[in-house]
Design a binder for this molecule. Structure first.
Ligand SMILES: [Zn+2]
Length: 303
């Protein structure tokens, strides 16, 4: 198969130097290919690694997906170093959070939870911060990059709920949400970020205990996943005897290294994603398929 090159000026995620070296020219996965995944995973305890692609059917856009509009995610350094950027970020987050809490799991999340109940899936490691796996009923879930409904103080380490902060932001910014809704220029992204422009007058809230900077308790680009969480994720991979990656391009090391670990140990690796991934050469089978379709197929055949 020849692999057409893409222009070197193609936009790349800010947080990763990786970009696909070629376009995915595969047709959508056939039923026979989906059945091949069933055969590879049958009889195994399967750890599942998920990314933004599994939440697109819940209305949360995947900014890395094949049809996504390229955007540059915020870095930790930008957030900490620039008060103006931080204000803009919190204004966007204020709007985005209200959308995020209103989202619901989709059939893909539910199929994965059912596969856990059936004893097929041993656990879920997700790169998403939307908590939709937990809401859908999955129990063994590691939120690798944190989740959106906690906020941490960068000075004293106090963690509060995002709902508690929301009450303060609403008090500080009366009418802001309504104003933005009228403007109508809001979209949500996987990190609860919403794209708006009129944020200059937004008032942020400091830590009530020490006055420090508050930050969503999410691992941002330029930050590392906490060591104990990495250890738990490796343990979940080691405890399983096959790995299924769903809806992720595996562009960031925090997910890719888990796939490398499973492949190193000779465990079957199946990747389901629309588009090429950074882990394709590690996979025994890779399917160009949507997350919901593939997980429902696995559920029907394996449970
Ligand atoms: Zn504090």
């Amino acid at each position: 198969m020849t692999t057409p090159s893409i222009p070197t000026s193609a936009p790349r995620p800010l947080h990763s130097t990786w970009a696909p070296g070629y376009a995915d020219v595969r047709p959508p996965a056939t039923t026979a290919e989906l059945d091949a995944a069933v055969d590879l995973l049958r009889g195994h305890r399967v750890v599942t690694l998920t990314g933004a692609g599994i939440s697109t059917d819940s209305g949360i856009p995947d900014y890395r997906g094949p049809n996504a509009v390229p955007r540059s995610p915020m870095t930790y350094q930008q957030f900490v170093g620039d008060p103006g950027f931080r204000r803009h970020y919190w204004a966007r987050n204020h709007v985005g959070w209200h959308h995020m809490v209103a989202t619901s799991p989709n059939d893909g999340h539910r199929a994965l939870a059912a596969l856990e109940r059936a004893g097929v899936v041993s656990g879920v490691i997700t790169q998403n911060v939307d908590r939709l796996h937990t809401v859908a009923g999955s129990h063994a879930v590691i939120d690798l990059h944190g989740h959106y409904n906690e906020v941490v103080c960068l000075s004293c380490g106090t963690v509060i709920s995002r709902a508690e902060l929301d009450r303060r932001l609403l008090d500080l910014n009366p009418g802001f949400l309504e104003e933005i809704a009228e403007v109508g220029d809001v979209e949500i992204a996987p990190d609860a970020d919403a794209v708006i422009e009129r944020t200059a007058h937004f008032r942020t809230a400091p830590c009530e205990r020490c006055g420090g900077i508050l930050k969503p308790n999410i691992v941002y680009f330029g930050e590392n996943v906490p060591k104990d969480r990495v250890a738990r994720a490796y343990a979940m991979v080691d405890d399983a005897d096959a790995l299924l990656a769903v809806g992720t391009s595996l562009a960031v090391q925090s997910g890719l290294r888990l796939v490398k670990r499973a492949a190193r140990d000779g465990k079957p690796v199946v990747i389901v994603n629309r588009g090429v991934t950074r882990g394709d050469e590690l996979a025994d089978l890779r399917l160009n398929a949507g997350s919901t379709e593939a997980l429902e197929h696995l559920l029907a055949r394996l449970s």
